[in-house]
Design a protein around this ligand. Structure first.
Ligand code: MN
Ligand code: MN
Length: 274
């Protein structure tokens, strides 16, 4: 049986405005396993089935010299389980060391990145590891062949220069139509910054940016992917900004739907093939 590996990466060292995302993973897990909700995915995958979900726990950062080493090694160990891997942040900076490990197993890789922000600054507030910069590092290091950014609504001239430099494909929020399908031809990594969603649905983020996607739009986009989704992350849940755990619940829903598509695409068939 193909199992989804789940790994918590509670690190918010590189958040620019507010800390707090390091507290996210256990709160997302609590909603995922809460008896009030079904743990079955709309994809038909039931994560309540024995052996379908392997929880690798959380990485630990107390007293470590280099968090990037801890993340790269921890992700490498989780990938060695053999199934697809879904990481729970933490802030978006963690996607860079995650991809260092993922890339070693994936000679062809496309990143689908859902976010209000491009996260392409060469450095932000002097920090090249900022959560506003991971995709600049990823593209510089050649950790993906394509980067497709979806849902952006804060694009400026520096970002446009980086789009050009790295060949980034961009679907801004203004151009996100229902039924959006991506043209993909390699294995896929999906990175979901929860601020890509509208803050009406996901208020528990450090940088609320109105005008974003609904959970349904994000789920439909995920359900339309045919290529294997080999790994991904759900980042930037900040419990200190949340209202009644709403955003943790949305994150848990996305674990089921993105995780479900990881299993489905690994099995070689998709429900959304219509
Ligand atoms: Mn963002
Ligand atoms: Mn981001």
């Amino acid at each position: 049986m193909i199992a989804l590996s789940l790994l918590g990466i509670p690190n918010d060292d590189n958040s620019s405005y507010l800390k707090g995302t390091a507290a996210a993973p256990p709160l997302i897990r609590r909603e995922l396993h809460c008896d009030a909700y079904s743990i079955r995915s709309e994809t038909g995958i039931d994560f309540g089935e024995a052996g379908r979900l392997i929880d690798c726990g959380d990485l630990h950062f107390d007293g470590v010299a280099d968090a990037w080493e801890v993340i790269e090694q921890g992700v490498g160990r989780a990938l060695a389980q053999g199934g697809p891997l879904l990481c729970l942040g933490g802030d978006h900076a963690i996607t860079h060391p995650i991809l260092r490990a993922v890339r070693r197993c994936q000679p062809r890789l496309t990143i689908v990145h859902i976010d209000a922000h491009a996260d392409l600054y060469d450095a932000y507030q002097g920090n090249p590891r900022s959560h506003a910069s991971p995709f600049a590092r990823i593209m510089e290091e050649g950790l993906a062949d394509r980067l497709i950014q979806v849902g952006l609504r804060t694009v400026n001239d520096e970002h446009r220069a980086q789009f050009e430099r790295f060949g980034v494909e961009v679907i801004e929020a203004a151009n996100w139509r229902d039924g959006l399908r991506l043209d993909l031809d390699t294995p896929v990594y999906v990175s979901i910054d929860l601020d890509g969603l509208d803050p009406a649905y996901a208020p528990g983020v450090s940088h609320r940016e109105p005008g974003g996607a609904s959970p349904r739009q994000v789920i439909d986009l995920l359900h339309g992917i045919r290529q294997p989704i080999v790994a991904g992350d759900i980042v930037e849940y900040n419990p200190s900004c949340d209202i009644s755990n709403l955003t943790a619940l949305v994150a848990a829903k996305l674990v089921k739907e993105l995780g479900g598509m990881m299993i489905k695409t690994a099995l070689g068939g998709t429900r959304a093939a219509a």
